[in-house]
Design a protein around this ligand. Structure first.
Ligand code: FE2
Ligand code: FE2
Ligand code: FE2
Length: 417
C-alpha cells in the first residue's frame, strides 16, 4: 500500500517518493477550481511561459523559476486581503526558492494596483513573460472555442500588443505559434503531458517533512477563504494526527493522516465564498455545491502519485457509517477515514460559526457520542477523539510535532477541560 512512504529507522526520518512537481501541479489544479475554472489555466500558463523563456537567452535556473512562478501565479487572488509576506511564507514552504516568491508577489502587486493601467514595463522581464503567458491563456480559452479559429486573433495580438510592450517576447511568441505542435500541446487532454516535458526536474523527490509543511501551508489558504473557519484545517490535521498516534500507528502513517487532515477541505477552494459564508440556510443548489467539496479534495489529491490513501481519507471525511454521508454514501469506512471525520466534526463544533456560537469540548463530544449511538460514527474513532481531547494523550510529552505553537489550539482544547 505505502511503498512510497518509508520510515528509515537508522536515520530516524520518514521519506516519501513523491514528486515535488506532481504535488505542486495538483495543488494548482485546486487553485484553478478556486478561481471558478476547471480549464487548467495555471498549467497552460506555465507551459507557455516556460516555452517562451526557453527560447530566449535566460539562464536555466531562471527558466525554472519562471515555470514555478507561472504555475503559482494565481496562488492568491489579487482582490484578497492576503499580504506579500504570506506569499513568501507559503512559497518558501513549498520547497521553492525566494526568486519564485518574488515573481509571484510582483505579479500579485501589479494586478492589485492595476486600476490605473500601470505599464507592463514596471515588471521584471521574467514577470512580464508570465503576465503575457497568462494573457495568452485567457485569449486562448475565452476567445473562439475552436482551437484553429483562435489562432488568428492571437497572432494579431502578438503583432500589435505584445510587440508594443516587448519585442523579444513577441519574437519568442512568434517562434512558438509557428509550430503546429505548440498548438496541439495546449489542448485540454494534452496539456498535462506537455507540461511534464518542459518542467524542471520532474523527479525531484520530497521527504515527509516537506510534504507536511506544504500541506500545512496549503491548509492556511483553504482556511483563509472563510473568516469563520480561521484555523479549521490546521486543527483537524493536528487532532487527526494525534488520534492516529493514540491508535498506535507508526510515524509514517501518523504523518499521512495529519496530511490528509490538513488537506481534507482542499475541494472547498471551489465553493464560492458567498455560499461558504452564507449565514442563513442553503438552497438545494447551494447544498449540491457544498456536497461536491470532498469529491474535489479526492479528485485533486488522487492525481499525485503516492497519495492514494491520503486522497481517500480526505475524500471520505463527510461519509457516515450508515451510508447517510456524502459524496458517495459509502458504508465500508475504515477507522482511518473516521479519524479524519471525527476530527472534522469536533473542530467545527468547537468553533464559532455565522449561525451559532462555539460549543464547549464536553458538549461537542456529547453530540458526537450521539452520532455513534445513531450508527453514523464508528465507536472506536470516537474513543480515540475522546482520549485525545479529554486526556491529552501525552501529546505534549511526545512533542511529536516539535513546533509547539502549531499545537496551541489543541493545547487550549485540552486545557479548557
Ligand atoms: Fe491567472
Ligand atoms: Fe468538509
Ligand atoms: Fe472540514
Amino acid at each position: 500500500m505505502a511503498e512510497n512512504w518509508v520510515y528509515k529507522k537508522d536515520e530516524g526520518t520518514a521519506v516519501a517518493q513523491i514528486s515535488l512537481n506532481d504535488l505542486i501541479t495538483a495543488l494548482t489544479v485546486a487553485l484553478d477550481l478556486a478561481g471558478g475554472s476547471d480549464r487548467k489555466h495555471s498549467l497552460r500558463t506555465a507551459y507557455v511561459a516556460t516555452r517562451l523563456a526557453s527560447i530566449m537567452p535566460i539562464p536555466k535556473l531562471e527558466v525554472d523559476n519562471i515555470y514555478y512562478a507561472a504555475l503559482l501565479h494565481d496562488l492568491i487572488p489579487a482582490q484578497s486581503y492576503f499580504n506579500q509576506e504570506l506569499i513568501f511564507d507559503i512559497i518558501a514552504s513549498l520547497s521553492l526558492n525566494s526568486q519564485v516568491a518574488g515573481r509571484v508577489a510582483e505579479l500579485w502587486k501589479y494586478k492589485r494596483n492595476n486600476q490605473v493601467k500601470a505599464s507592463l514595463g514596471q515588471l521584471s522581464f521574467s514577470a512580464r513573460i508570465i503576465y503575457l503567458a497568462e494573457y495568452f491563456e485567457n485569449l486562448y480559452c475565452n476567445g473562439e472555442k475552436d482551437a484553429y479559429l483562435v489562432r488568428r486573433p492571437i497572432n494579431f495580438w502578438i503583432r500589435s500588443a505584445v510587440a508594443g510592450v516587448d519585442n523579444r517576447i513577441a519574437e519568442a511568441f512568434n517562434d512558438c505559434v509557428r509550430e503546429e505542435a505548440f498548438w496541439q500541446d495546449l489542448r485540454e487532454n494534452r496539456i498535462n503531458r506537455a507540461v511534464r516535458q518542459v518542467a524542471p526536474d520532474w523527479r525531484q523527490q520530497l521527504n515527509v517533512d516537506d510534504i507536511e509543511k506544504m500541506s500545512r501551508s496549503f491548509s492556511l489558504l483553504i482556511d483563509r477563504k472563510n473568516p469563520y473557519t480561521g484555523e479549521h484545517s490546521q486543527r483537524v490535521g493536528a487532532i487527526a494526527g494525534h488520534c492516529a498516534r493514540l491508535y498506535g500507528l507508526d510515524t509514517v502513517m501518523v504523518r499521512k493522516i495529519s496530511i490528509a487532515g490538513y488537506m481534507h477541505d482542499l475541494g472547498k477552494l471551489s465553493v464560492p465564498e458567498a455560499i461558504l459564508n452564507k449565514p442563513g440556510s442553503l438552497s438545494e443548489l447551494e447544498m449540491q455545491v457544498i456536497k461536491a467539496h470532498p469529491y474535489n479534495s479526492y479528485a485533486v489529491l488522487s492525481e499525485v502519485e503516492g497519495f492514494a490513501d491520503i486522497a481517500r481519507w480526505a475524500g471520505n471525511h463527510h461519509e457516515r457509517m450508515d451510508g447517510s454521508g456524502y459524496p458517495w454514501g459509502k458504508r465500508d469506512l475504515t477507522i482511518l477515514d473516521q479519524i479524519i471525520a471525527v476530527a472534522d466534526i469536533y473542530e467545527a463544533l468547537t468553533s464559532n460559526r455565522p449561525y451559532r456560537q462555539a460549543l464547549s469540548a464536553d458538549d461537542a463530544l456529547n453530540l458526537i457520542k450521539n452520532q455513534v449511538i445513531k450508527g453514523e460514527i464508528m465507536a472506536d474513532a470516537y474513543g480515540l477523539l475522546e482520549a485525545a481531547i479529554v486526556h491529552g494523550g501525552g501529546l505534549k510529552e511526545q512533542g511529536y510535532y516539535g513546533d509547539k505553537d502549531w499545537l496551541r489550539p489543541v493545547y487550549s482544547y485540552t486545557q479548557a477541560k
